[in-house]
Ligand binder design. Structure first.
Ligand code: SF4
Length: 309
């Protein structure tokens, strides 16, 4: 593995592309979600409270430019030479008229210092026309499309009301990567009804796909969500991982994941006021340090048990 690391690291990936420091800035472009407005479903995914996506500087009433201004202002004091990736994160960032979508992306790209886009979306929300645009764009600037898969099991996708199947996830990943566009996935480890072996098996399934990057998140119970209500009524159906137990699960997962997929993160941090559980009290870098320490103790690495090398 590069730089002697036991897994392929997102920071190394960016350093291999850009000869300068880059920082993601989250942008809420005011798009909505087809799983909330009735196009795909009502009520949204059972775990979702979209407030958890937005850092303090990211408000819908502000334009993309205003949000980038504030984000850049925050980081450039410390690193004046830094460049930026506009991260369209909240809700479904490919869900609007084509021209309206492109206008928002172009607004971000025209902001001084922005050197690329990361676009988070659902696998069932990527038209061929928009892929045509991203294909052209990716030939001249950095573009990463990040699909929320959450699980590779249809049984789970149905239970959490995702409103799409794993076949749709695979199709979106193959169509995007097939155009030469960096393609990412997002998975939640610990969804209700999934055994540890089923969670580890997600790594086998993803290893067979043409993914560039992967983000892993622990299941978090968030206030005012359907899942929080479900858990309070049927706590026996949920397993909320203790931190050390989750670290070992992540490492088991990495062992089964092909070494060609870059791992961007292992955990997410929802705002404390919205989080019910688990509250591990660890920042992302503290968690990563614990994973690295445990990997050394276990003398293992990404892909050790993968059939895809
Ligand atoms: S997680 Fe994403 S797709 Fe699901 S309801 Fe929330 S915004 Fe919509």
């Amino acid at each position: 593995m590069e730089n002697g690391r036991p897994y392929r690291d997102f920071g190394d990936f960016l350093r291999g592309i850009f000869p300068f420091k880059v920082q993601k800035i989250s942008v809420n472009a005011g798009f909505t979600c087809p799983n909330r407005d009735g196009t795909k479903g009502f009520g949204g995914c059972t775990y979702c409270n979209n407030q958890t996506f937005s850092p303090g500087y990211c408000h819908t009433e502000k334009s993309v430019t205003e949000q980038l201004e504030e984000g850049v202002c925050f980081f450039s004091r410390k690193y004046p030479e830094m460049k930026y990736l506009a991260y369209f994160q909240a809700y479904t960032n490919t869900y609007d008229e084509l021209n309206a979508l492109i206008a928002k992306y172009e607004e971000a790209l025209s902001f001084p210092g922005v050197v690329g886009l990361i676009v988070g979306t659902r696998p069932d929300c990527m038209s061929d026309a928009l892929l045509d645009y991203f294909t052209q764009l990716s030939q001249k600037t950095f573009v990463l499309i990040e699909y929320g898969l959450e699980s590779t099991l249809d049984r789970t996708l149905f239970r959490i009301n995702r409103g799409h199947t794993h076949a749709e996830s695979e199709d979106a990943i193959r169509r995007t990567a097939g155009r030469g566009i960096y393609t990412g996935a997002h998975l939640i480890l610990g969804l209700p009804g999934e055994s540890r072996e089923e969670i580890r098996h997600h790594a086998d399934v993803l290893s067979a796909l043409p993914l560039t990057t992967l983000k892993l998140h622990q299941l978090q119970l968030i206030r005012n969500t359907r899942m929080a209500k479900e858990q309070s009524e049927h706590p026996e159906q949920f397993h909320l991982y203790a931190v050390d137990e989750y670290i070992d699960l992540v490492i088991d997962f990495l062992e089964r994941l092909t070494p060609s997929i870059i791992v961007e993160r292992f955990v997410s941090q929802s705002p404390k006021e919205l989080l019910i559980a688990p509250d591990w009290g660890l920042k992302n870098f503290e968690f990563t340090a614990k994973v690295n320490k445990r990997i050394l103790e276990r003398n293992t690495w990404q892909g050790r048990l993968s059939d895809y090398k």
